[in-house]
Design a protein around this ligand. Sequence first.
Ligand code: ZN
Length: 242
Amino acid sequence: MRIAVLSDIHGNLPALEAVLAAMAPYDAVWQLGDIVGYGPQPNEVIARLIDEGARGVRGNHDSAAIGMLATEAFNDEAAAAIEWTAEQLSPVARKWLAGLPTRAEDGPFTLVHGSPRDPMWEYVYSVGVARANMARFTTQNCLVGHTHVPMLFRRRSDAVGERVAPGDDDPPLALDEWRSIINPGSVGQPRDGDPRAGAMLIDDEQGTVEWRRVEYPIEPVQQLMLDAGLPLRLAARLSFGL
Ligand code: ZN
């Protein structure tokens, strides 16, 4: 089965359409949360995911946009975008978000937004944080989002840990005896200096994972954000992938 793994779509429909088109054909879509927040088309993105039969988890922005998490913990721009999103969400979209779990398991994969230790807030950026989280899931691999940066942490039985920054030109990576924490990067708001939409493809028969970067039309998204009155800096950063 080929599984398209998406995270941090953040209401960016053209980025979502671009990664889905680039990864087709696939058999399933998994998403790791932060479906909404920042971007201008939250309802459209949710409708597309429902259409795809996507399974997955809820992130901190999703939770805040439906009133399940306070906005005080977010910076001003993020909070402004969450408040705008909360006003836009249709009853169907709101209900769908509320029904998502914060943690899911499928075969050798655990799915969370932040980390298995703290699905809402923890960022898995360092080997130390990854190591501390290895004991917090029982499957072989854990898929995380939240940092908006493609990344892989893995650990063998000898407890050696390593961090790998995967490139989109790298050949598919074999998931073998290692336990791994894997981040596909962000579809709708990359933060690694590459503005292209990021996503990942798992082939669970081959036991491989590969990262993809896909160009999408950024300017129309920025225009929609400005028209909606969303913070200027949130629109500008899409051009830089930061
Ligand atoms: Zn996010």
